[in-house]
Design a protein around this ligand. Sequence first.
Ligand code: UDX
Length: 441
Amino acid sequence: MRVSVIGCGYLGAVHAAAMASLGHEVVGIDVDEAKVALLRAGRAPFFEPGLPELLTEAGAAGGLTFGTDIAAVAGAKVHFVCVGTPQMAGEFRADLTYVDASVTALLPYLRPGDVVAGKSTVPVGTAERLAQLVEPTGATLVWNPEFLREGFAVNDTLHPDRLVYGLPTDDDGVVTPAGEAARAALDEVYATPLADETPLVVTDYATAQLVKVAANSFLATKISFINAMAELCEATGADVTRLADAIGYDNRIGRRFLNAGLGFGGGCLPKDIRAFMARAGELGVDQALTFLREVDSINIRRRERMVELAREVVGGSLTGKRVAVLGATFKPDSDDIRDSPALSVADGLEKQGAHVVVTDPQGVANARAKWPNLHYADDVLTAAQDADVVLLATEWAQYRALEPDALAAVVAHRNLLDGRNVLDPAHWRAAGWTYRALGRP
Ligand code: UDX
């Protein structure tokens, strides 16, 4: 099938390449010429494992093209809207400028029976509004949220945990004939994952839009729950990692997303829970989500606590102390530094007078552009040279595998802060290090 993908960021570029690898003829559109030039050359504009291979294969097979001119979408049967919905400056609300502009730009190319499939994360009610724009063309709007995780985006797109279709319904809540036709078109697009028995939830617009923010709110809540327990562990001498293991054995709870530490960041969880709270306020049900304020503030508190811990281990003042921060990205296997706990802690340390040197396997270029006040190094040993404190802030595999003796040879003082609870305290202590972590004795 011929499909278009509007917006070639973390979501759209992966979606375009993945759809091409499923055998569809895909055109990806983005306003950023530099990004499009890279994608055309089969190169990923950001770090995402597996994406370069997918781009090269699909590009070579001829089923994947990219451009900046929206006119190239003409003739596509399904148009996926994959543009960003960032947080508005100074507000919790999501900025829908790019979603609105994309759908408006598509209108002249829509034919009766075509499908516009929204994948961006939007406040509930957006699809209903966009449908009003799309309907006069005879095309149908569907809401088809995306749940991919950065670092696993290719696998998550090709082998999703579930697919969700939000379809237009009549006053009785029954899917309209146009909705049924749009469903058939999406079934054709996703024939391969559906044949693999991927669960499919077919529902209305409102539910489909809520699924995405509800899922992200739940994940954020799970992380903040364990981080709240970490605060209790710190006050009592308990170990949050053992606590998480023990409660995680309960199948109803599960061990995943119970890793305590510096908390969540990135382009999704923080802004999605804030936008969800803002939307609940507009809908007059803000009380339903006041707990998310707490989720957000527990998350931010962890960053502040880490700065405090650094101050404690160096004896009360960070002025003039050298701190090596290992990790800049919000999570490993990504170059994304949006709302990164690592950089927010690095900045907090610097504000208290420390000399902070940040290193990261993929995120240094992005970090340098956004945080020019910090210092950067290409590798761990350079970053840790003469350090008074080493802080592991993002759990890249190479940092988890660090050996205490190698690091001891370059630092000034053996102080290690494990911001992600991924190192073995006994191993580091045996090598003469002071090991401190969030929620661990
Ligand atoms: C998230 C959702 O998982 C995904 O389904 C959605 O489509 C987009 O938002 P992503 O932002 O890529 O994906 O990252 P995720 O793997 O969910 O991690 C988010 C943050 O939580 C990271 O900063 C991570 O370090 C942190 N985290 C995760 C924890 O602090 N503890 C955990 O146990 C798990």
